[in-house]
Ligand binder design. Structure first.
Ligand code: GLN
Length: 191
C-alpha cells in the first residue's frame, strides 16, 4: 500500500512520519504530474484551507482530485483538510472539493479557545488524544456521512464511504490509531 500526502502547505511531513511508523510508504502530491504516481489513498493535511484551496485551483489539482475521490479513492482530511472536503462551510463563502456530506464551521472555537487538547472517544477505536488548533467542527452530517467522534456536543470526526475527516490533528500525538484506521479503510479490511 502506498499513500499520497497533499504537500502544498501545512502539516504534511507529520502525516508522512505517522505512515512510516506504521510501515506504510508515502509519496507527495505537489503538482498535477504527481497524480500519475501510484497511490491507493490520499491524506489532506491541516494548515490553512484558504491557502491550500487556492493552490489546488492554481495548480489545476482541484478537479482531478475531486474525480478520484468521487470514484472511490480513500481520503483522510485533518482540520483544513476537513474544510476542503466539506460540501459547505457555513461561515465562509468559499468551497473546494465538496465531496463529503458535511457542513463545517471554520475556526469554530474562536480565537482564544482555538487550541486545546483532550482525550475522547472515537467510534471503533476507543479513547484517543485529540489536539485542536484553530479547528473547525462539523455542524451537520447528512446523506452518506456519519459522525465518529463528538466533543462538547460538536462533531469532530466523521466518515462518508471511504472519506474520513477529523477536526483535530492525530498526526501531532503519539497514537497511530487514526492513521491505522484510515489504512484499514484503504485496504478494505474495515468491513
Ligand atoms: N483555521 C484553519 C483553516 O481555516 C484550519 C487550522 C488547521 O488546519 N489547524 O483552514
Amino acid at each position: 500500500m502506498q499513500i499520497a500526502v497533499l504537500a502544498l502547505q501545512g502539516a504534511f511531513i507529520e502525516h508522512e512520519n505517522m505512515l512510516s511508523k506504521l510501515g506504510v510508504s508515502s509519496i507527495e502530491i505537489r503538482q498535477k504530474k504527481d497524480l500519475k504516481k501510484d497511490f491507493d489513498g490520499l491524506i489532506i493535511p491541516g494548515g490553512e484551507s484558504t491557502v491550500q484551496g487556492q493552490l489546488l485551483k492554481e495548480l489545476d489539482l482541484l478537479s482531478p482530485l475531486k474525480d478520484l475521490i468521487v470514484n472511490g479513492m480513500p481520503v483522510f482530511g485533518t482540520c483544513a483538510g476537513l474544510l476542503l472536503l466539506a460540501d459547505r462551510i457555513d461561515n465562509d463563502t468559499r468551497s473546494y472539493l465538496q465531496t463529503m456530506d458535511i457542513i463545517a464551521t471554520r475556526n469554530a472555537y474562536g480565537r482564544q479557545l482555538g487550541s486545546f487538547y483532550i482525550e475522547s472517544e472515537f467510534e471503533g477505536i476507543g479513547t484517543i488524544p485529540m489536539t485542536f488548533i484553530r479547528a473547525p467542527f462539523i455542524k451537520k452530517v447528512y446523506g452518506g456521512a456519519s459522525p465518529l467522534a463528538t466533543v462538547d456536543g460538536h462533531i469532530v470526526a466523521a466518515r462518508h464511504g471511504k472519506q474520513l475527516v477529523t477536526a483535530f490533528h492525530p498526526e501531532l500525538n503519539n497514537s497511530l490509531s487514526v492513521h491505522e484506521y484510515f489504512c484499514n479503510m484503504v485496504n478494505g479490511s474495515d468491513y
